[in-house]
Design a protein around this ligand. Structure first.
Ligand code: PHE
Length: 453
């Protein structure tokens, strides 16, 4: 197939910001704070940091190496280095892109709606009841469609004109907002117990397997690993990019935003005395962000309007730059594999994903289950595939990684991590996570069937 020459990022900053944009998203603010709250505060944070460094960064570098080296979208990139037998793994990545974006965009739709409320009339006292209304049904679907439309629009604009330009404007804005909010939260009276809760170590909670699984899943989700998103972005890089440096910068920025987001959420909630609502909330995941925080903003009066608007705008921004990378995995595969023009690929893929999101828009239990399946099967499993691929199949990944550098001392360590430690760790976590997800799926189906019978 004779196609146009491959597009490239116009600058190093453009690529790095787009990749950070992919990493920083709802995962940093929505999932991270709730998981930290549930899993023993700082103890969880330390575990998550360790996994990010020892497992996440090596897999991230593996993705960047495959992408830049092949200059192709995931399915073809794996075939390029490993032969046709590896195409199915690329197919799994594309499927993961479909699946994750389908529910991610529903949550993103909630954040758009909340941002508009915050900017408009402001939050009332009845937010909790409000949430159950906006979270499901036609309303939720409508905002999901709108969010998908924006995502399709950016991706259709191409690497430089759409994705890079968006990241260059939006990412610095997001950093400024999050840091500003954390500074503001520090001035609140009664913020202290919030920090104490967030930053104190609860070793007892750390001793459960499910914490390890949550921390591993979170490290992969938050770094956008295990489904070819980083691989795809790296396929638009030129040869002179310093990949080890980029992987460290991306990893550091991702962790930093998650950590600072915690410095916003916990002090705010404790300063307003709303802590028992997150700690004991059944709504878990969603609870802290979509119910408790708006309540906090409502109680803060005029200042709450401003702070609430900034907070939800930052969430929308984070969600958008992540959604873009999810859609790009599917779109680049359709461009390379089917020879479609970019616009058509973006429209068709975006349309299909929008429809696939309908069940999540109508049922938050379905949404939660798809989130679990995506993480526990797809991302951790995909990460395992990638580690084995670069560790054992690729002929000379170290030479490939060394392009653009002057040689790096820890490359052999990197390869051995990918060969042994990372696969062993992921198999261990999967052995725990897969049966648990299977259980959850069976229960939900039994529940849904029972309800309709
Ligand atoms: N990393 C994104 C977030 O934290 C989610 C994501 C996962 C994006 C996988 C792309 C691929 O919100």
């Amino acid at each position: 197939m004779a196609s146009a020459p491959r597009e490239h990022w116009s600058s190093r900053t453009g690529f790095v910001l787009a990749a950070i944009g992919s990493a920083v998203g709802l995962g940093n603010m929505w999932r991270f704070s709730y998981l930290a709250a549930e899993n023993g505060g700082a103890a969880f944070v330390v575990l998550y940091l360790t996994i990010t460094l020892a497992v996440g960064i090596p897999v991230l570098l593996a993705e960047l190496v495959i992408g830049r080296g092949s200059q192709q979208s995931p399915i073809r990139a794996l075939a390029h280095f490993g032969g046709r037998a590896w195409k199915p793994l690329g197919g799994v990545f594309v499927a993961a892109g479909f699946l994750i974006l389908s529910y991610y965009s529903v949550i993103a739709g909630w954040t758009v709606r909340y941002a508009l409320i915050a900017l408009g009339e402001g939050f009332g006292q009845d937010v909790a009841e409000h949430f159950s209304e906006v979270a499901v049904g036609w309303d939720a679907f409508g905002y999901h469609v709108a969010f998908m439309a924006i995502t399709v629009f950016v991706v259709a604009g191409g690497i430089r004109g759409g994705i890079e330009r968006t990241a260059l404007v939006l990412m610095p804005t997001l950093f400024a907002i999050v840091v500003g909010l954390a500074l503001y939260a520090a001035t609140l009276q009664g913020a202290g117990p919030g920090y104490a809760y967030y930053l104190s170590v609860d070793l007892e909670k750390l001793l459960h397997w499910s914490v390890l699984k949550d921390a591993a899943g979170q490290a992969f989700f938050s770094l956008s690993l295990g489904m070819g998103a980083m691989l795809t972005f790296a396929s638009y890089l030129k040869r002179d990019e310093h990949l080890p440096n980029s992987s460290l910068v991306i990893g550091f920025a991702d962790v930093a935003v998650a950590f600072v987001a915690g410095l916003v959420v916990f002090p705010l909630i404790f300063a307003l005395g709303l802590e028992e609502r997150i700690v004991g909330s059944k709504l878990g995941t969603v609870g802290a962000l979509f119910i408790t925080l708006p309540q906090a903003f409502a109680e803060m009066g005029a200042i709450g309007r401003g702070v609430g608007s900034l907070f939800f705008v930052a969430l929308v921004v984070g969600a958008l730059t992540s959604a873009i990378s999810l859609l790009e995995v599917v779109v680049s595969s359709a461009i390379d594999g089917l020879g479609w023009p970019r616009r058509r690929a973006a429209l068709v893929a975006g349309g299909a994903i929008t429809l696939l999101g309908a069940p999540s828009a109508w049922n938050t239990d379905v949404l939660g289950l798809v989130d679990q399946i995506a993480n526990n099967f797809f991302l951790l499993g995909g990460g395992l595939g990638l580690a084995l691929f670069v560790g054992w199949i690729m002929r000379d990944p170290i030479a490939e990684a060394a392009g653009g550098t002057e040689g790096i001392g820890w490359f052999p360590l990197w390869r051995w991590l990918l060969r042994l430690a990372v696969p062993a760790f992921l198999i261990f976590v999967l052995a725990y996570a897969v049966p648990e997800t299977w259980e959850a799926a069976r229960n939900l189906f039994a529940d849904l069937l029972g309800r309709s019978a």
